[in-house]
Design a binder for this molecule. Structure first.
Ligand code: ADP
Ligand code: CP
Length: 311
């Protein structure tokens, strides 16, 4: 059976302008689950992963606001909490759709650790935006209080944290076993819980949030997937994005895409990591990578939409 990793963008769970109530997020997750079920119906063996930028930032904020009463937890624990938060919504929504469609599969979320290097340069250069958006004025005030803030791809200011490169999926053997045992697996949520390995082989959590698209690529490599689908809120990747001469990309080779990347068409913190993840998967694994909008996934698989990158 063809293995596929589906990466759900933050927008698929918490849309801009929403406060992020449980029912808002659960409704969004239900819509995303519909699309995932269509893939299963087509005969794919699916592993789902998802972003956590808004959620992990909100959990961190809750910890900080309540710190006089409740001891705050480290950021990697907030990441683990976000895997549980989104995992339970996905488990329930997917199960509902599986029952509706009379598909017999178990659903399980794996609390997944992802190894990073402790000397990754990202620890000295925080770039990963998390949590809510702030105005420039609010951001300047927070910077004075020691919070690292950056402007996020023209959408407002956000807190930023280190985002080291994922090098290995710690629970990969467990998730392969579940996959072979009729289970729809949700793994590496929020890029995985970032850990470093000590000389004895023990893992220790680190203060970071891994990019979920880059982790999705590692996940796809680990389970021998032949397809990586990155679902976001635009149907296609574009060159000259937002300019008069914007051109959407349909079928492209990895070579062409690397050239556009070198020319600076894909922004850090938004389309940049998606394109890099897609390219790594196509170049190292010789698989196919698709970047498209959640509701265009079916069309993209028929070759009628989306950006499809092949070697
Ligand atoms: N070259 C590009 N082509 C298409 N979209 C782009 C490009 N550069 C930046 N974007 C922006 O990237 C956004 C998707 O990235 P992001 O919001 O981080 O996704 P998600 O939260 O779904 O993972 C799109 O909404 C679009 O505004
Ligand atoms: N961890 C992560 O990349 O989350 P988002 O996709 O929500 O930013």
């Amino acid at each position: 059976m063809r293995r596929v990793v589906v990466a759900l963008g933050g927008n698929a769970i918490l849309q801009p302008g929403q406060r992020g109530t449980f029912s808002e997020q659960f409704d969004n997750v239900k819509k995303a689950s519909n699309e995932i079920i269509k893939l299963i119906d087509k005969g794919f063996k699916v592993v789902v992963t998802h972003g956590n930028g808004p959620q992990v930032g909100n959990i961190l904020l809750q910890n900080e606001i309540a710190k006089k009463i409740v001891p705050p937890m480290p950021l990697f624990v907030c990441g683990a909490q976000s895997q549980g938060l989104i995992g339970i919504m996905l488990q329930q929504a997917l199960r509902e759709k599986l029952i509706e469609n009379k598909i017999e599969l178990s659903v399980a979320t794996i609390l997944t650790q992802v190894e990073v290097r402790d000397d990754d340069p990202a620890f000295k250069n925080p770039l990963k935006p998390i949590g809510p958006f702030y105005s420039e004025e609010e951001a300047r005030e927070m910077i004075k209080q020691g919070v690292v803030m950056k402007e996020d791809a023209g959408r407002g200011w956000r807190r930023v944290v280190p985002s080291p490169d994922p090098i290995d999926i710690v629970e990969k053997h467990a998730l392969k076993q579940l996959l072979s045992n009729n289970t729809l697996v949700i793994a590496c949520g929020g890029g995985g819980i970032p850990v470093v390995k000590d000389p004895k082989g023990n893992y220790k959590g680190v203060e970071a949030v891994i990019d979920k698209d880059l982790a999705a690529e590692k996940l796809a490599e680990s389970i021998d997937a032949e397809l990586l689908i990155i679902l976001t809120d635009v149907p296609k990747v574009a060159i000259n994005y937002g300019k008069e001469n914007q051109t959407d990309l349909g079928k492209v080779t990895a070579e062409e895409m690397r050239r556009y990347q070198r020319e600076g068409h894909f922004k850090d913190g938004s389309m940049g990591p998606k394109v890099e993840a897609a390219l790594r998967f196509v170049e190292y694994k010789k698989g196919t990578a698709v970047i498209t909008a959640l509701d265009k996934c079916e069309e993209a698989l028929k070759g009628e939409n989306g950006t499809v990158i092949t070697s």
